[in-house]
Design a protein around this ligand. Structure first.
Ligand code: SF4
Length: 473
């Protein structure tokens, strides 16, 4: 019987089965950032342990970095202490660091693929929930906590429960104005935020196969929001084209050998799945969250649901979300006035995201009551966007053009909501307080939808403002 990619990668990286029923799994690549690593390094130091594979460990700074003025020392004393701590730790343990002054700095899940570190068939770990992003390349990538960061630094291994595999097939064409962000929001809406618990999600089907690597990363990024342990897409010609020539990808003959091996890691045609779900792309509309988890969403043409429409387990959550958001059941989501528009985060801050958003805002101006910012995912994205003149389009439209970092995705930096502000956000979490204000409200949507909302000053259907590709003004 054939095997899934998950089974192949898992088997190849298994060190041994533990008495607990867990597997001791070797981790091929460990990505580190400034927030979840200081305590891990302290634990390592106090036990006199070295980093076992510094050459499989790469660090960057993203969560706490200011995006307005990135000069050192940072004005925020705590942020400065965190970055200094990472610098000391990387120097002491011989770990490469893509620091704030590096052309390669950026959000950890943006720079890994950009540099060619993220490759098919790898096991990858990082102290951030959205490590599943790297599954877009056919890697098996785990978000881990601080004590597991210590474990990987010390042993390059993790003790993990086995997971089942659910194949999620998306078939058919997406309509203009519908993006990969809408696809993953729809998957989470249908299967629930806990629907993936105990599963790896394998995304498949012709809709997924036609997606660029950047679109695939958006899909895999939010696997964790659907409860899945990991999410991945089988590597194919699109994957290999993306990787060829990247600074840290194999070169020449080594690349050809790697490509042959990467190809062999894809799920076999006769692989068995523990579950399968099929979605039709044509049924997916631009999607917006209205509540306090990423599964609480509606198509932009729909109305906010009534608690009675959900089964019992979910109706209490709807009531709580309505109270927090100060929304009413039956109210259309379109027309919801916004205060802030944020284009950024490891979900949607790559060049194609910025191009699409710029296409929407070009020749328009942000509504007077809206604060709008674009935060590229990395220095490379920022420079590439500037070479294309995207920064000028955004600035002329009234957006702020910022330096690379996590910014308002989780607001561990100066970019934060204030009070009850409502933010149209291209990020991945709309939990209470996620964007810095305990009472702030987040509406997740695609970058194009954020751009349209910034201009209109309210949630609006991007399909109404979208012009055909290639149209000039
Ligand atoms: S952008 Fe948000 S989700 Fe992504 S790495 Fe940063 S804080 Fe985590």
């Amino acid at each position: 019987m054939g095997k899934t990619l998950l089974q192949k990668v898992w088997d190849l990286h298994t060190v041994r089965r533990l008495a607990t029923g867990q597997t001791q799994l070797f981790i091929g690549l460990h990505l580190v950032h400034e927030v979840t690593s200081p305590q891990a390094f302290d634990m390592l130091r106090s036990s006199g342990t070295r980093v076992l594979f510094p050459n499989r460990t790469f660090a960057t700074v993203d969560h706490i970095v200011p995006t307005l003025d990135q000069r050192r020392p940072f004005l925020d004393v705590l942020a400065e202490a965190m970055i200094s701590s990472l610098e000391r730790n990387c120097q002491e343990y011989g770990i490469p660091l893509y620091n704030i002054d590096s052309d390669s700095q950026g959000i950890v899940h943006v720079i890994g693929p950009e540099l060619g570190l993220t490759q098919p068939g790898l096991t990858i770990a990082c102290g951030d929930s959205h490590t599943s992003t790297h599954g877009a390349f056919g890697a098996v990538a785990f978000g881990i906590g601080t004590s597991q960061v210590r474990d990987v630094l010390a042993s390059q291994c993790l003790a993990l429960e086995p997971v089942k595999v659910r194949r999620i097939k998306v078939t058919g064409s997406l309509a203009p104005g519908v993006y990969s962000k809408d696809v993953i929001l729809e998957i989470i809406r249908r299967l629930g935020v806990k629907g993936g618990v105990g599963y790896a999600y394998e995304y498949a089907g012709d809709t997924i196969e036609r997606m660029s690597m950047e679109e695939r990363m958006t899909i895999c990024n939010m696997s964790i929001e659907g409860g899945a342990r990991v999410g991945y897409i089988n590597p194919d010609a699109t994957t290999f084209r993306y990787l060829e020539g990247r600074p840290l990808a194999p070169l020449g003959d080594a690349f050809d050998r790697a490509r042959a091996w990467w190809t062999s890691m894809a799920s076999d045609p006769d692989a068995q799945f523990d579950d399968e779900v099929v979605l039709k792309a044509a049924e997916i509309e631009p999607t917006v969250t209205w509540g306090i988890n990423p599964g609480q969403s509606v198509a932009v043409s729909e109305r906010i649901p009534y608690p009675a429409q959900a089964h019992d387990a979910e109706s209490a959550g709807i009531t709580e979300a309505l109270e927090f958001m100060d929304f009413r059941s039956g109210q259309p989501i379109a027309g919801t006035r916004i205060d802030v528009a944020f284009i950024g985060s490891c979900t949607n801050s790559r060049l194609s995201d910025l191009r699409e958003a710029a296409r929407i805002v070009r020749g328009h101006h942000v509504a007077p009551h809206v604060k709008a910012l674009v935060v590229p995912g990395s220095q490379r994205v920022r420079k590439a966007a500037e070479r294309e003149g995207l920064d000028r389009i955004f600035v002329e439209a009234g957006f702020e053009w910022r330096g690379a970092g996590c910014s308002m995705c989780l607001a561990m930096n100066p970019d934060r909501l204030e009070g009850r502000q409502i933010c149209a956000s291209s990020s991945n979490r709309n939990f209470k307080g996620r964007q810095g204000s305990p009472t702030g409200r987040t509406l997740l949507m695609s970058p194009a939808m954020v751009a349209a909302a910034a201009i209109a000053g309210e949630v609006t259907d991007v399909r109404k403002v979208l012009e055909p590709v290639g149209t000039t003004r």
